[in-house]
Design a protein around this ligand. Structure first.
Ligand code: IFM
Length: 446
């Protein structure tokens, strides 16, 4: 048995996103889901599904599988969810704010929904869990989507206005913000190049335009957030929307006026290539667009990098020459698992000289057969990267709960906690208890 001790103050937690867990959202995704669910359920009949998937509710042959609907009902049950996170010894939690709740119509901000998220933050802090908030995680308000979403030249302006409203309301309570989740590594490709996600376009010029506008939106937002934290309360009056008051909560130490960290979460895969000149060139170009584009384009306007790492990607020719085929697959997603890949991608992020949080890493495993091993093997390589001088500050497992996995619906079960989607009962999986031990001891034993 080897003991891997993590640095003091290393953060341990888990992550979720609003649309995947809250329920009853009304945004561009919920519209798309109701239009496509029937077709998806019909198409699913063409495939042979394993018994463990067919016996779940909902299953792929049912239309409701493809509709987020009530999801995990976490909008109402977040206290229960955070009780579990606390019990599992987690001290950081990443969740997202749903833009369509905050600004359901253009320019109309919903104070009640803002208060909801203030309560969510309060609930975390009452349990000694630090909030890390993602401001955009794939979904858009319907009005924004109708304006073309991030294709619209003015999209950075709309996005920044929403962000300012949220941040002004939470600045005394929150010190860790993520502007965009997987915006250029997953979203723009799925939505504008491959036609997999709403609005299902397949246009390389649009893909480039969306990427560009998202980078612009990030930089504007980054500057706006910094400005808000440096403003005295009196100066806040110059902003167009008044911040909400919630004075009963004590400000956290690091989120004082000058201490806020704003990051970007991107999905990086490990993309081995062959050794020939041609293979290496393709590898470099692919790796740049797959992993490094946003971080390079937005540099230096972020304070930390959020790394979402799941798998090895075989798109570069010759990859089998450098890394043989692995036996380990995440079948529900069709992903090849390669824990050492997290060490490789952490190594290549080192050049940006920014602290890194692992903002997502996890496996879909409804029977909980390999989750413990998945976590431990990845953590071993995270630890190794830290020894090699990469500044990793925390690890957040994806996800706290089973949830709505976008175009797959409820099929993949990533949760440390199993959710019964009929009655919304939560059940802690055995692997979660093992992870809880690591969190408590700040040490991995393997
Ligand atoms: O569920 C998603 C999440 O929304 C973004 N990162 C990858 C996860 C698993 O596919």
């Amino acid at each position: 048995m080897t003991i891997y001790k993590f640095p003091d103050n290393f953060k341990w937690g888990s992550a979720t996103s609003a649309h995947q867990i809250e329920g009853d959202n009304n945004n561009d995704w919920s519209e798309w889901e109701s239009k496509n669910a029937n077709l998806k359920a019909q198409k699913a009949k063409e495939k042979k599904w394993p018994d463990h998937i067919l016996s779940n509710y909902p299953n792929p042959l049912q239309e409701e599988n493809y509709i987020s609907g009530k999801a995990c009902d976490s909008y109402n049950r977040y206290e229960e969810d955070f009780d579990i996170a606390e019990k599992l010894n987690q001290n950081i939690h990443r969740f997202s704010i749903e833009w369509s709740r905050i600004e359901p119509e253009e320019g109309r901000f919903n104070e009640k929904e803002m208060q909801h998220y203030i309560n969510v933050v309060k609930a975390l802090k009452n349990r000694g869990i630090e909030p890390m908030i993602t401001l955009w995680h794939f979904t858009n308000p319907v009005w924004f989507a109708q304006k073309g979403g991030f294709l619209n030249i003015d999209s950075p302006k709309y996005f920044t206005r929403y962000v300012k409203f949220v941040v002004k309301n939470l600045k005394d309570q929150v010190g860790l913000w993520i502007t965009f989740n997987e915006a250029t590594t997953v979203y723009s490709g799925h939505s504008y190049l491959k036609g997999l996600w709403p609005p299902q376009h397949t246009n390389i010029l649009e893909w480039r335009r969306v990427n560009k506008n998202i980078v612009r939106a990030h930089i504007q937002t980054y500057k706006a957030i910094k400005e808000i934290y440096n403003h005295s309360p009196a100066n806040l009056e110059s902003f167009e929307v008044e911040p909400q008051r919630f004075l009963e909560v004590q400000p956290r130490d690091r989120a004082t006026s000058h201490n806020v960290e704003v990051g970007i979460a991107e999905s990086n895969s490990f993309n081995p290539s062959g050794n020939s000149f041609y293979e290496r060139i393709i590898g470099r170009v692919y790796n740049y667009y797959r992993n490094l584009f946003f971080l390079s384009a937005a540099f230096p306007y972020y304070d930390f990098i959020g790394l979402n790492y799941y798998n090895l990607d075989r798109k570069v020719p010759g990859s089998y020459k450098s890394v043989p085929k692995q036996d380990w697959y995440m079948e529900d997603m069709g992903w090849e698992i390669y824990p050492k890949g997290i060490w490789h991608v952490l190594g290549q992020l080192k050049k940006f000289k920014k602290p890194i949080y692992i903002t997502e890493n996890g496996t879909a495993d409804s029977k909980d057969l390999v989750r413990e091993q998945y976590i431990k093997e990845h953590l071993k390589w995270v630890w190794r990267a830290i020894q090699d001088g990469v500044e990793v500050q925390g690890y957040l497992y994806w996800s706290l709960l089973d949830n709505f996995e976008w175009a797959y619906g409820f099929i993949p079960r990533f949760g440390l906690v199993e959710v019964d989607f009929k009655i919304f009962e939560r059940r802690i999986r055995p692997s979660a208890l093992e992870y809880a031990r690591i969190c408590k001891e700040n040490t991995l034993q393997i």
